[in-house]
Design a protein around this ligand. Structure first.
Ligand code: NAI
Ligand code: MG
Length: 365
């Protein structure tokens, strides 16, 4: 059988720095576990604009459509802030998400014991936390028509429209239920069915998909505002949370910060299954290109490495290897390895991006 294929798009700023550590982890799996990927690399974001005058060429887009998974670093930076909107680095990222139809955005919030003190919440509330927010990514109020700002009489009116079709809700619900079956079999769906018709439809369709296809999964429904309260009051009550684009945007950022640094947060964006049964997929850290620390060896590579762990689990069905990699990260943190972003108020000596990579490889060994 052919090796699984990966397209790596390091992008801008610290993107290439953290991705270099991921490449070493990928090589480690090839050398030690006989898990070899066909890896190709290409440009996205500002570096693609510099070379081609566009943040994502048609050729790169076509390659992304063909591979089993895309791994992306980060895009953007001050050098590109004044570019025309149509060629901004972020447009490359948006084009990938849109043309691959990546409608299901997975944002884990996982608290490593060694970092529990980092949370803004009490240690006992977050220790051991491991939840997954599934955010609908390609529809809803960010895309609905009509939209815009117009004049009514002598004042301006701003309009956005929340619009969801049954099939859009059904496919993200399926994605959440499938995920729950690989975890602790529990889904909480969040909307505002009390005040929004689209929320009523959301609740109905999620329930219908559950009853027809996933009756074994425990399903509950919650109003999203209550969900926000519960997330900071008692986050461990949740396993998988599924919600729309707007609520998911806010709730996933909120949940992520329960666990500490931006340098620790991975994500996955999944689409429909391809011919080989694997979902279209892109994996990327939540953080951006961090121009303030670029080129200084300070970037924490863990968010990007954990994004690769998600690829192992969700694209390649290598859950045991994902566990192994996450376990290695857990071990180096428990042993006290800290990049600068993970230093507490009482200081200490931070290690570099490469040293964190070294430590994770040693733990894998
Ligand atoms: P950012 O995530 O790049 O940085 C925010 C802060 O977190 C900075 O102080 C940075 O040093 C720190 N940080 C981020 N990742 C880190 C890591 N791995 N290790 C240690 N520290 C880390 O967000 P910011 O500053 O708002 O945006 C910078 C650029 O990145 C902008 O051009 C923005 O448009 C772009 N951006 C790109 C994203 C993407 O590619 N998905 C997401 C967010 C922003
Ligand atoms: Mg957000």
């Amino acid at each position: 059988m052919a090796n699984p294929s990966l397209l790596i798009l390091p992008g801008d700023g610290i993107g290439p720095e953290v991705m270099a550590e991921v490449r070493r982890v990928i090589d480690w799996f090839g050398a030690n576990k006989n898990l070899t990927f066909d890896v190709s690399e290409d440009l996205v974001g500002g570096v693609a604009y510099d070379k081609h005058g566009t943040p994502l060429t048609d050729e790169t887009m076509a390659r992304a459509q063909k591979v089993d998974a895309v791994l992306l670093g980060a895009v953007g930076g001050p050098a590109y802030d004044n570019l025309d909107f149509s060629v901004k680095p972020e447009r490359g990222l948006l084009r990938l998400r849109k043309e691959m139809d990546l409608f299901s955005n997975l944002r884990p919030a996982q608290c490593f014991d060694a970092l529990a003190d980092f949370s803004s919440l009490k240690k006992e509330i977050v220790a051991g936390l491991d939840i997954m927010i599934v955010r609908e990514l390609t529809s809803g109020v960010y895309f609905g028509e009509p939209r815009g700002i117009h004049k009514e009489g002598n004042e301006r009116v701003g309009i956005n429209t929340q619009r969801y079709t049954e099939s859009e809700i059904a496919r993200v619900a399926r994605s959440a239920f499938e995920l729950a079956r690989k975890r602790s079999n529990k889904v909480c769906s969040m909307e505002k069915a009390n005040v929004m018709e689209s929320g009523i439809l959301w609740r109905d369709v999620v329930q219908e998909i559950h009853d027809a296809e996933y009756p074994d999964v425990e399903l509950s429904h919650m109003y999203a505002d209550n969900g926000a309260m519960q997330l900071v009051r008692a986050p461990k009550q949740f396993d998988v949370i599924v919600t729309d684009n707007l609520f998911g945007d806010v709730l996933s950022d909120c949940a992520a910060m329960l666990t500490g640094s931006l340098g620790m947060l991975p994500s996955a964006s999944l689409g429909l299954p391809m011919a080989n049964g694997r979902p279209k997929a892109m994996y990327e850290p939540v953080h951006g290109s961090a121009p303030d620390i670029t080129g200084q060896g300070k970037a924490n590579p863990i968010a990007c490495i954990l994004s690769f762990a998600m690829a192992l689990r969700y694209s390649f069905d290598e859950g045991a290897y994902a566990d192994l990699l996450e376990g290695a990260v857990e071990k180096v943190l428990a042993d006290g390895a800290r990049t600068a972003d993970l230093m507490g108020p009482d200081g200490g000596t931070p290690i570099s991006t490469t040293e964190m990579g070294d430590a994770i490889l040693a733990a894998l060994d």
